[in-house]
Ligand binder design. Structure first.
Ligand SMILES: [Zn+2]
Length: 268
């Protein structure tokens, strides 16, 4: 195997939702309906040779439809880390929920990396049920089907190394084909968990987020995250506002917007 490339990794926050804990945990009895907002992110991993964008967020139209507060266009925000969407060649879609795949149309030149299981799930019989269908947007799903017909979707079945130091891993659980990213950085192997663990608390307490396709895969996925990462501090949950507290801002003016994940967190 060739030496892993060293990647810089950034999280960019673009939206937030104020809510109570019962929306974030299957068992919320310990939280007494306390306020527990979630944040929405896209991620970028960049080495000397290549750039990967992980997820594409949602837009203002979706935000108003779903009663969410959007702060900035997640794709426009890539410019904050000097990434021009028109130059991006590879976008990882962790799963097809509305908040991870909206805006895919703003990447004119990329290939989308998606698990086969995810596309069959999003276009198959389970979408006949509101519980499973609700976090999807049929416009996004049919849009991705069109991208398949343009030859722009690269399907994966399980794990795949896309470059030395950058790989994707199917976990499932939250959706049938949810995948996470393992990326090599100067502090070792970092895992972008996306919705394999929305919050630190989901994996730490083994208390899953309640939007769930297969709870067995979700719970086993928490261990898979630990296996893929150099330590628990190398796992980045998909929606936790604490990420912005633990990791340093890219610069003073990007405080609360862009943090570096390739440096150790400080949990003081
Ligand atoms: Zn999701």
């Amino acid at each position: 195997m060739s030496e892993p490339e060293v990647f810089e990794v950034f999280a960019i926050k673009y939206a937030r939702h104020d809510r109570t804990a019962e929306l974030n945990f299957m068992d919320s009895s310990d939280f007494h309906d306390s306020n527990m907002p979630i944040d929405y992110f896209v991620w970028v991993a960049r080495s000397k040779n290549r750039t990967y964008v992980i997820d594409t967020g949602f837009n203002t139209k979706t935000a108003s439809k779903r009663n969410k507060e959007i702060m900035r266009c997640p794709v426009e925000s890539l410019k904050l880390v000097d990434v021009d969407p028109a130059d991006v060649e590879n976008v990882i879609i962790t799963h097809l929920h509305y908040d991870h795949v909206g805006n895919f149309d703003l990447f004119p030149n990329c290939k989308f990396h998606l698990q086969e299981d995810e596309m069959s799930y999003a276009t198959g019989k389970y979408m006949g049920h509101k519980h499973f269908r609700h976090p999807f947007d049929v416009g996004h799903v049919t849009g991705m089907v069109r991208e398949v017909y343009k030859g722009r979707v690269q399907f994966h079945d399980g794990d795949a190394e896309l470059a030395p130091g950058f790989s994707i891993h199917r976990i499932g659980g939250h959706t049938a084909g949810l995948q996470v990213v393992q990326v090599y950085t100067k502090r070792g192997w970092v895992v972008l968990a996306s919705d394999a663990s929305h919050l630190y608390g989901n994996m730490e307490l083994e208390n899953p987020y309640p939007i769930i396709f297969k709870s067995n895969e979700m719970v086993e996925g928490f261990q898979k995250l630990r296996d893929l990462a150099d330590s628990n501090d190398h796992i980045i949950p998909g929606h936790d506002p604490l990420v912005l507290d633990y990791y340093p801002a890219l610069s003073d003016d990007l405080e609360g917007i862009v943090v570096r994940l390739d440096v150790a967190p400080s949990k003081g």
